[in-house]
Design a protein around this ligand. Structure first.
Ligand code: SF4
Length: 179
């Protein structure tokens, strides 16, 4: 069964910078949870940051630029938390490897977990296209990242990869008796 590394805040854990959660509340998500596919993980907490913590944004690029050393992650007071974000990203990758997760479902917009857009480093609520730091690392390492806006696409992929189990004797269609 394919497993999915998932942002802890999406499963309802209150680990965001403001001490809140962002539960998904979707039937597909609840099915994956019931199937035991979900591997919850918060890169920022695992990277050593507290809950609550100051908001942070990537300054000078996106997560790929952070991995390349040409951008930093800073709090709204200018503290450099790049090392914690990088540590959390590598912890996320290690968790995906350990659990065999080839897919990740990560919270959109986060400087760690965003996959289509992140905030632009000005702390003005302005988004720009780009990946968060954890997303960038996972994608570089071949783990496909989806956001909470992509649930149907991930479900289609999972149905392709996880063949339906053989029907049990009770479920098998009746065959005519041979004479
Ligand atoms: Fe959620 Fe990711 Fe932010 Fe942790 S780092 S609170 S998992 S969006």
């Amino acid at each position: 069964m394919e497993r999915i590394l998932v942002s802890s805040c999406l499963v309802g854990r209150p680990v965001r910078y403001d001490g809140a959660a962002k539960p998904v509340g979707d039937d597909l998500f609840e099915r994956w949870r019931a199937e035991g596919r979900l591997v919850p993980f918060c890169p920022e907490v695992s990277g050593g940051l507290a809950v609550p913590r100051p908001p942070a944004e990537i300054v000078g690029g996106d997560g790929h630029a952070v991995l390349d050393g040409t951008a930093q992650v800073r709090t709204d007071t200018g503290e450099d938390v790049t090392a914690q974000f990088l540590h959390g990203a590598h912890q996320a990758l290690a968790t995906a490897r350990r659990t065999g997760a080839r897919f990740a479902l990560l919270k959109e917009g986060s400087p760690s977990c965003g996959s289509h857009r992140i905030y632009d480093g000005t702390f003005t609520g302005t988004s720009s296209p780009g990946d968060g730091v954890t997303t960038a690392l996972l994608e570089r390492e071949g783990i496909q990242v989806f956001s909470e806006d992509d649930l149907p696409a991930l479900d289609t992929l999972l149905q392709t990869l996880d063949p339906k189990p053989e029907p049990t004797a009770a479920e098998a269609p009746e065959r005519p008796e041979t004479p």
